[in-house]
Design a protein around this ligand. Sequence first.
Ligand code: SF4
Length: 372
Amino acid sequence: MGKRLKLGNLATSKGSRSSKTVVNEGPSEKTSPYFADDGKATETGTKKRELIKDKRETTDDKGDLEKTSGTPIVEKSEKSKVSTDVIKTEKIKTEVIETEKIKTDEIKTKTIKTEGIKTEKRVTENKNVETDSKSTEDKKRWMPFNWEVILKNIKEMRKDKTAPVDTMGCHKCADPNASPKVSRYQSLVALMLSSQTKDPVVYAAMQRLNTYGCKPDIIAATPDDVLSKLIYPVGFYKRKVGFIKRTTTTLIDKYGGDIPKTAEELCELPGVGPKMAHLCMKNAWGEVSGIGVDTHVHRISNRLNWVRKPTKTPEGTRIDLEDWLPKPLWSEVNHLLVGFGQEICLPRFPKCSECLNKDICPFASKSGGKKK
Ligand code: SF4
């Protein structure tokens, strides 16, 4: 209740002040000295009011324009035009710069591509040069005429594996029940016996030796005469007994009873030459270190012109063969030619009439197959 009363009093006092304000209103025609009773004063006041009004209207119009932008309309228009032109110019400049940039980028890209193509071209050209030089190298590399056809025919003639070497070669001489280490030793001994000796003779001697006990410690302790009897009739059997005994002692002393693992070391052993070493590497270790050239390989290679110039020794033939014959063929060429030499291309009277190579063999055309 107290609050309502206070609020009511407050409203009443406000109403009183409002009525007072109305009473004290500004000068009127009746109260102002400018509205004097003579007509002059009234006329002058009216004119003044009109002048003030006009002035106000002009000032208000101007003020409205100024309020809009704070700048005169003419100036604004000019400035706006200038700024638009500047923007346009800037835009054009930007477009020109961008266009130039795009063009430059395009040129750069083209240049890079061109350079890339040129580089690629140069690389390709270099590669071609390398390939050309390689092919020139291959062309320069000497190879016997028709050697692939001749080899293919020899393989065809050897396909039945009926030659002595197929069943009684050195690779067949080791005791199949021997340990790998002993087997390697027996392979080496068989090769040492094979020089100047036919396969059946070597094979028979190895059968006797294996039955006796072809192991390093047993052979080293065997008297020479006993060993001679065991290997007889192998060619040069007495000399070979000496080689076998000395080699065996070396193997025991230097290699723990095993054989060396390289052709070079094998060649250092008494009575072991390059042919034996390379064949031993293949038979004993299963590695191809070179072509084993025996009397058959030496003879046939010369007959077929598989050497640049006629060679006088198996070692000369080996060097020539290894120069051109692809390495994957090294391991089989010995076995192929030995069997071929045992059955068809015999040392004294080759059976040229039975040979598939009779029409392309240089030796056959020269000798008619009757020459030694
Ligand atoms: S044609 Fe006669 S010489 Fe020639 S490879 Fe044959 S068998 Fe040997």
